[in-house]
Design a protein around this ligand. Structure first.
Ligand code: T46
Length: 139
């Protein structure tokens, strides 16, 4: 699942436990989650034509997994924008700190599960792109 993603982002292949009844994917360190999970939330029922995100986190690490349907994730490190389609439940996208991210083109059935390494804190969000661009690290 290697792609040319910004530093701090990567696609992680989750271990699928499957048998004749169907599939099951656990989320824990032993099966590919790179941090201790402090919070999980779901994004679903996104209305047609709506885009979400448009922020970066100062410190938060997250894993976004599209468990149904599909959407396009845009990742921006302040120098380059990368787009990828999330459309499979065994591919977890790690989004590191200081990555501007946007979600577009949700299918009507899209469900995104997100695991995060810290509780919700509005103070961790940068919701203004000019502020993000000012703070984004430059090599
Ligand atoms: C992210 C992308 C991928 C809470 O009360 N608790 C929570 O844990 C979260 C995540 C959100 N909220 C509240 C804050 C807002 O009033 O739920 C409302 C919607 O949140 P927001 O507009 O930030 O949602 P998205 O879809 O734009 O972004 C979300 C996450 O907030 C964000 O951390 O990285 O998904």
């Amino acid at each position: 699942m290697e792609r040319n993603l910004p530093e701090g982002c990567r696609l992680i292949s989750l271990s699928v436990r499957g048998d004749e009844r169907g599939s099951l994917i656990p989320l824990e360190r032993a099966t590919g989650v790179p941090f201790d999970i402090a919070r999980v939330y779901f994004i679903y029922g996104t209305q047609p034509g709506v885009s979400r995100g448009f922020h970066a986190h100062r410190q938060l690490r997250q894993l976004a997994i599209c468990i149904a349907g599909s959407c396009t994730m845009v990742l921006d490190d302040g120098r380059k924008r990368t787009e990828l389609r999330l459309d499979r439940p065994d591919a977890a996208l790690e989004i590191g700190p200081m990555i501007w991210h946007e979600m577009h083109d949700f299918s009507p059935d899209c469900v995104i599960v997100v695991a995060a390494d810290a509780p919700y804190s509005e103070g961790d969000y940068i919701r203004d792109y000019a502020e993000f661009a000012e703070l984004a690290p430059i090599d």
